[in-house]
Design a protein around this ligand. Structure first.
Ligand SMILES: NC(=O)c1ccc[n+]([C@@H]2O[C@H](COP(=O)([O-])OP(=O)(O)OC[C@H]3O[C@@H](n4cnc5c(N)ncnc54)[C@H](OP(=O)(O)O)[C@@H]3O)[C@@H](O)[C@H]2O)c1
Length: 260
């Protein structure tokens, strides 16, 4: 049986690493991103590992009307039903709630959350009809406990996590699988890509991001094992547990780390 996937944010970091991993495993892959040069290059690299169809689909997720119909376009490009949807595209905005304009926050929510909901709703009818398929939503440790100066990002990831939890129970008996995958920090272009507003605030503790290829390996194994929830990184897990116990204590920790 043909293995088929649609990956958003497939031009860089985790999405790119997963696209190449799936190509090596003989999936047909539709790769979505904005940058035409990066799209061309990842399609070329992925195609070198497989005889299956690898297609690029340019799309700006901040424009809702570009996302409408994208799932069907991807199925036409691959010439087949898509069984795996990975909602991975995402970015953050750096700045205080006071400094980041509302339009910038809405843009971040649209790219990280609304487009994932839109694609999920496009994918569901056929997956439910076929009684199979998997939707992977890439969330973040910040969905479990938000950090200061990235409120739009953290809230988008928390929304995506909540949405996925509702959906997971709704489709439990249908044969369609929902995975919420929350990686720890990645060594990708993510941090440099953040638009900045006002005085920049960064954590005073340096951290080392993980290689996207090794996280893509974790993600691939979670897909194969049909996992429902995977949260990577002991720091994120520890802060999440501590936050349940005492959010005020975590506030104090954040104030120290961000020197607010
Ligand atoms: N990096 C981390 O430390 C970290 C930690 C936890 C979770 N995550 C999550 O993991 C996912 C992948 O992150 P990453 O580190 O691999 O990031 P990345 O290297 O910056 O890649 C982000 C991807 O999203 C796409 N994208 C960004 N804005 C877009 C827009 N407006 N329209 C369409 N596509 C857009 C980019 O494609 P183009 O630029 O070609 O459009 C790119 O392919 C994200 O959802 C992120 O929130 C990351």
């Amino acid at each position: 049986m043909q293995k088929t996937a649609l990956i958003t944010g497939g031009t860089s970091g985790l999405g790119k690493a997963l696209a190449i991993k799936l190509a090596k495993k003989d999936y047909s892959v539709a790769i979505v991103g904005r940058d035409p040069e990066r799209l061309r290059s990842v399609v070329e690299e992925a195609s070198s590992h497989t005889k299956q169809v690898i297609k690029a689909l340019p799309c700006e997720f901040a424009n809702e009307n570009e996302v409408d119909g994208l799932f069907e376009k991807a199925q036409q490009a691959l010439g087949n039903s898509i069984e795996l949807l990975v909602n991975n595209a995402g970015y953050s905005v750096l700045g205080s709630v006071e400094d980041v304009p509302l339009d910038e926050m809405k843009r971040c929510w649209n790219v990280n959350f609304v487009s994932a909901v839109n694609l999920t709703k496009q994918a569901l009818p056929e997956m439910l009809k076929l009684k199979k398929g998997m939707i992977v939503n890439i969330s973040s440790g910040t969905a479990f406990r938000a950090v200061p100066y990235e409120s739009a990002y953290c809230s988008s990831k928390a929304a995506l996590k909540s949405f996925s939890e509702s959906l997971r129970v709704e489709v439990e008996k249908s044969g369609v699988q929902i995975l919420i995958f929350s990686p720890g920090p990645l060594a990708s272009s993510f941090f440099d890509a953040r638009p900045k507003f006002g005085n920049s605030h960064s954590p005073s503790i340096p951290f080392k991001g993980q290689d996207p290829k090794s996280i893509a390996e974790n993600l691939y194994k979670a897909i194969l094992a049909r996992k429902k929830v995977v949260t990577l990184g002991w720091k994120a897990q520890m802060v999440s547990h501590l936050n349940q116990f005492s959010p005020i204590l975590v506030d104090k920790l954040m104030k120290r780390i961000y020197k607010t």
